[in-house]
Design a protein around this ligand. Structure first.
Ligand SMILES: [Fe+2]
Length: 190
């Protein structure tokens, strides 16, 4: 059997700090700060206050060591979403569909407390709680966003088909039908 050119590469391994939510020697380190989240939260004034007075804190980080973005490979990352709120709304990731919409993703939560919020383009919306040891299966065609409702970082290890790609634009336009707030000390999905 002849291997496809895109599949030919040497095996490798990487070291993760599961507790801290860090991939050592990651080739890509994506950092999203509060100022990158304009347009995503209900309380726009609270976000501007956070940016100005909180010195534009880091919202979330994604660590990757990429593989070829080709059918047959698996892409993987460590996601580290910091704790906090914008007004009453818990810190969250932007969320995305995959560019190749018929591709799934697995999230294994390593630390923290929160939710995976998911929606389809037809408007169906589901949430799954996340805590250490919980695995969330995001099926094909579901946009997905993590939300940190705890007091420590929400850390996950994610795996998805390497050719999937990211579509942030549609979620930036559509948003999610539900949001997660702290109301009177309780976590509430509205
Ligand atoms: Fe994804």
């Amino acid at each position: 059997m002849t291997a496809l050119p895109t599949l030919v590469m040497d095996p490798f391994s990487i070291k993760l700090d599961l507790e801290e939510g860090v991939m050592h020697d990651a080739k890509n380190h994506l950092v999203r700060c509060a100022s990158d989240m304009r347009g995503y939260y209900v309380d726009k004034a609270a976000l501007e206050e956070l940016i100005a007075e909180g010195n534009d804190p880091v919202h979330y980080e994604v660590f990757e060591t990429p593989v070829p973005q080709a059918y047959g490979h698996l892409m993987y990352c460590v996601s580290r979403l910091h704790p906090g709120k914008v007004g009453d709304e818990f810190f969250m990731t932007k969320g995305h569909y995959h560019s190749i919409v018929g591709t799934a993703e697995v999230y294994l939560c390593l630390r923290g407390e929160g939710y995976m919020l998911m929606k389809t383009s037809e408007g169906r919306c589901k949430s799954e709680p996340m805590s250490r040891g919980k695995m969330v299966y995001v099926p094909p065609c579901w946009a997905h966003r993590s939300i940190n409702t705890g007091r420590e970082p929400l850390v996950s290890f994610c795996v998805y088909p390497a050719e999937a790609g990211h579509n942030y634009g549609d979620i930036a336009q559509e948003g999610f039908p539900r949001r997660i707030f702290e109301r009177k000390g309780q976590c509430v999905i509205e």
